[in-house]
Design a binder for this molecule. Structure first.
Ligand code: G6P
Length: 458
């Protein structure tokens, strides 16, 4: 078995204060824990060096090779091009795009810098697996340095339509740079199809089944829905029942039904629409007043970007408005928490909840809804209200699917979830759990790595 080298912008080292919320971090740590190998990327720090160097740490059989970003890389590569151009466009939010040519230049230069720092750590006999939108041109930069190892790229977020992609100045070069990889993985069939359509239309690439040819480059495509480590999460959720904090949480509900959500504080997550939906629930179904609570954890994220800070203020105001209007001396309907919790605490929250509320406006996959399913006690499971625009909607047929832009429809689904009979909850939960179990995290990375080996030899 070849050694595995995983590269992503952010590296999440467990138990160090550098562990991260978010699906990518959890998926990569679990995959590396089973396979072994090295994880290369940003350590989350900003330094004054112009050319920061990597340092290596070993933990649980994984080598973490991490480097800081300098101030320019942080502002132009990470915040600027990655998160003010690629993230909004790939999430279909043209209004949030802020393009600056300088940011695009630093994006390419930082990819080159990552390639230069990674190359000396390679033996040439590895499988290289690059993740997410920050590092699209990394493969090309590594190839320029003479690296011929099998190289795959997995896109954790959705792929936009050709029309939206064309709004990014320099989109042709960006699209062409995917062709340095041997294998390109997507979350859903739609993402694969929109990529093919864009590559054919914009670059004139030729398609034969799931292989694209562009000039003399050949790129194999595949669909690999990312998932969770079901066994570990089920154990954590069961174990949470014994924890003091979870006991206190249950006691504090005072018999109220709990609706729970936990997301990064990001405009793609539909948090404002969700808050509005809960307000509609209390307005349109007044019998729920004093009988239901909504806890929303929104972990701080990318707060240096105006849109994220504006959203934080908007959510504070919405939560304050609902509580001011509806609370009683002994009942506060919205618990809005702007903090990051360890996953074990979130599993306890999900297990205590009657309804999981996961309504992103657009999401590559969304692992929170899969975690919610794994956290449930299958003898008396909660119901899931899920956005039909999350990649996970393709797999979780037992969820109540909603359009996340329609707060009234979300309120109706909440009502349906809150009064769902026990037999129907069990049936829906069993179908979702079966789907998550048969397509779990191990299958995700094993299929990708098998196909990467095959893409190179086949
Ligand atoms: C999403 C992205 C990841 C990213 C994570 C956290 O899940 O797909 O690539 O690491 O968000 O965002 P951050 O900007 O804090 O790394």
């Amino acid at each position: 078995m070849k050694d595995l080298v995983v590269v992503s912008n952010r590296v999440s080292i467990p138990e160090t204060g550098r562990s991260q919320a978010g699906g990518l971090a959890m998926a990569l740590n679990s995959a590396l824990a089973r396979h072994g190998g090295m994880w290369f990327g940003w350590n989350g720090e900003i330094c004054h060096d112009t050319s920061p160097q990597p340092t290596q740490t070993r933990r649980n059989g994984i080598t973490y090779a991490t480097l800081p970003l300098n101030a320019e890389q942080h502002s132009d590569y990470y915040l600027g091009f990655s998160n003010e151009v690629l993230w909004p466009i790939f999430h279909f939010n043209l209004g949030a795009m802020k393009f600056q040519r300088r940011h695009a230049q630093v994006y390419y230069a930082t990819n080159q810098h990552f390639a230069e720092k990674l190359s000396p750590l390679l033996t040439g006999d590895e499988l290289i697996w690059v993740h997410d939108y920050h590092l699209i041109p990394l493969g090309e930069a590594l190839r320029r340095q003479g690296n011929h190892a099998p190289m795959g790229f997995f896109l954790h977020i959705p792929f936009p339509s050709a029309e939206l992609l064309r709004c990014i100045p320099g989109h042709r070069d960006l699209l062409a740079s995917f062709f340095a990889y041997d294998l390109l993985g997507f979350q859903t069939p739609q993402d694969l199809e929109t990529f093919c359509h864009a590559a054919i239309r914009i670059l004139g690439a030729k398609r034969s089944d799931n292989v694209l040819r562009y000039g003399d480059q050949r790129l194999k495509l595949g669909i690999y829905p990312v998932s969770i480590d079901v066994d570990t999460l089920q154990r954590e959720a069961q174990h949470s029942e014994t924890k003091q904090a979870v006991r206190q949480l249950r006691a504090s509900l005072g018999g109220c039904a709990l609706i729970a959500g936990a997301d990064r504080l990001d405009y793609s997550k539909g948090l404002g629409e969700r808050m509005l939906a809960f307000e509609h629930l209390l307005d349109d179904y007044p019998h729920y007043r004093r009988h239901v609570l909504y806890t929303q954890v929104a972990s701080p994220s990318r707060s240096a970007i105006t849109e994220y800070d504006d959203l934080r203020q908007q959510l504070e105001s919405q939560a304050g408005h609902i509580n001011g209007l509806h609370s009683d001396l002994d009942w506060v309907p919205v618990h809005y928490i702007n903090k990051t919790y360890p996953r074990t605490a979130l599993m306890g929250l999900f297990r205590a909840a009657q309804v999981g509320l996961v309504t992103p406006l657009r999401d590559g996959m969304n692992l929170v809804c899969k975690e919610f399913v794994a956290a449930q006690d299958s003898r008396d499971p909660g119901a899931l209200v899920l956005s039909e625009l999350a990649g996970a909607a393709h797999e979780l047929e037992g969820a109540l699917l909603v359009n996340p832009y329609d707060p009234h429809a979300i309120a109706e689904a909440l009502d349906q979830a809150l009064q769902m009979p026990h037999e129907e909850r069990c049936r829906r939960h069993a179908s979702m759990l079966a789907s998550v179990c048969c397509n779990d995290l191990t299958r995700w990375w094993q299929r990708f790595l098998d196909d990467l080996g095959y893409a190179v030899s086949g």
